[in-house]
Design a protein around this ligand. Structure first.
Ligand code: FDA
Length: 305
C-alpha cells in the first residue's frame, strides 16, 4: 500500500497541468510550512530566524526540468542575485541548484556557462553551491559536470543517492577530490534496473555510504529525517572518533523542527534546506510521496482558503 501511495504522488509530481494550476493559485497553502516564500526577498526573514536559532540553511529556488534557454538564463540571473543577497545580508546559508533548471536538458554549453557565472559569484561571496541530484538518467551527466567544476572551484558540492546501485562506486571515484557531499536516500521514481526497490536495502546502503564517506575523510552532510540514520551517524562518529566539524545533519524546512533544534542543542551542525519560489508543486508532491502525513496541513490550508 505504501508503495502504491508513493508511486501515485510521484506520478502526480510530473504533471505539467497541475504544476501550472498550482503556480496560478499562488503559494499560500505551503508558504511558511514547507516553503519560505514565493521569492527570495520574502524568504530572507525566515532564513534570519532559522540562523538566529543556530540553524544554518541551504536555499533552493524551486523549479526544475526547464526546457527553454531564456528561462534557464533567467534562473541563472536569479541565482546570482540570491547569492549576492546571502553575502550582503550575511546569512549563514549555502545555495542548492538543479542542473535541469540551468539548461541541462537543453545544451551542455549553456549549463556550463550558467553554472560558471553562478560559481564565480559564489566564490566571491564564500557561498557553497550544492548541485542537487535529480533522476537517474541525469546522474552521470551531473557527476561529470560536478567533477569539471570542482577542478576550478572549491565552493561546489553535490549529492549522492543511496537507492542507486552505482552510488558506492561513484563515492569511491569522487573521494580523491575531497568534496563536500550530501548523502540522501533518493526521492525519484526509479526502475529496479538502477535502484534498490526495497526500502531496507536503501537504508542498509545509506548506512554503508555514511561510513565510507566519513572514513574517506570527506565532509559529509547526512540529509535525512530518519532517527535510525541520525542515531547511527552519531554512534559511528563517536566510535570512529570523527570530529563534529567533519559532518552535519540536514533536513527540509518544516520537517521535524523540534529534532532540528535538539541536534543543535547537542552540539551538532544542522542545516535546513529552505525552498522558495512559485514552482512548489513538484517538490510538494515528492514530500507527500515520502510521507502522506504531510498532507494533513495542506488540506487544512485548502479549507481555509
Ligand atoms: P524516510 O522517508 O526513509 O523515512 C524514514 C523514517 O523517518 C519514517 O518512517 C519516519 O519515522 C521518519 N520521518 C521521515 N520524514 C519525517 C517527517 N517529515 N516527520 C517525522 N518523521 C519523519 N533527494 C534527491 O533525490 N536528491 C536531492 O538532491 C535531495 N536533497 C535533499 C536535501 C535534504 C536536506 C533532504 C533532507 C532530503 C533531500 N532529498 C533529496 C530527499 C531524500 O532523498 C529523501 O527522499 C527524503 O529525505 C526522505 O527520506 P528520509 O531519509 O528523510 O526518511
Amino acid at each position: 500500500m505504501e508503495a502504491v501511495t508513493r508511486n501515485f504522488f510521484l506520478l502526480l509530481s510530473k504533471s505539467n497541468w497541475l504544476n501550472e494550476m498550482a503556480r496560478k493559485r499562488g503559494g499560500s497553502i505551503v508558504t511558511g510550512k514547507i516553503i519560505a516564500g514565493t521569492d527570495f526577498p520574502s524568504s530572507v526573514q525566515i532564513i534570519k530566524d532559522l540562523n538566529s536559532k543556530g540553524l544554518a540553511t541551504t536555499v533552493d529556488h524551486l523549479g526544475e526540468f526547464v526546457n527553454s534557454k531564456e528561462t534557464a538564463i533567467e534562473r541563472t540571473k536569479e541565482a546570482i542575485e540570491t547569492i549576492e543577497t546571502i553575502g550582503r545580508e550575511k546569512l549563514d546559508s549555502h545555495m542548492s541548484v538543479k542542473m535541469t533548471s540551468l539548461g541541462l536538458d537543453i545544451d551542455q554549453d549553456l549549463v556550463i556557462s550558467n553554472m560558471t557565472s553562478i560559481l564565480d559569484t559564489a566564490e566571491k561571496h564564500g557561498v557553497m553551491v550544492t548541485i542537487d541530484m535529480e533522476d537517474e538518467p541525469r546522474c552521470e551527466k551531473t557527476l561529470e559536470l560536478f567533477k569539471q567544476f570542482k577542478e576550478s572551484y572549491s565552493c561546489v558540492s553535490t549529492v549522492l543517492q543511496a537507492y542507486l546501485y552505482r552510488t558506492e562506486n561513484d563515492l569511491q571515484k569522487l573521494s580523491s577530490l575531497k568534496p563536500f557531499l550530501r548523502l540522501v536516500k533518493g526521492a525519484y521514481k526509479e526502475p529496479a534496473a538502477v535502484a534498490y526497490p526495497d526500502k531496507k536495502d536503501v537504508d542498509a546502503n545509506y548506512k554503508k555510504l555514511i561510513e565510507q564517506s566519513l572514513k574517506y575523510g570527506l565532509y559529509t552532510a547526512v540529509a535525512t529525517h530518519d532517527d535510525n540514520m541520525i542515531n547511527y551517524t552519531k554512534e559511528l562518529a563517536a566510535k570512529l572518533q570523527i570530529p563534529k566539524d567533519q559532518f552535519e545533519f540536514q533536513m527540509l524546512y518544516g520537517m521535524r523542527t523540534k529534532t532540528q533544534l535538539d541536534l543543535v542543542e547537542q552540539g551538532y551542525k544542522m542545516r535546513v534546506y529552505v525552498p522558495y519560489g512559485r514552482d512548489w508543486y513538484g517538490y510538494f508532491m515528492r514530500r507527500l510521496a515520502e510521507r502522506p502525513a504531510n498532507i494533513s496541513f495542506a488540506f487544512k490550508g485548502l479549507v481555509k482558503n
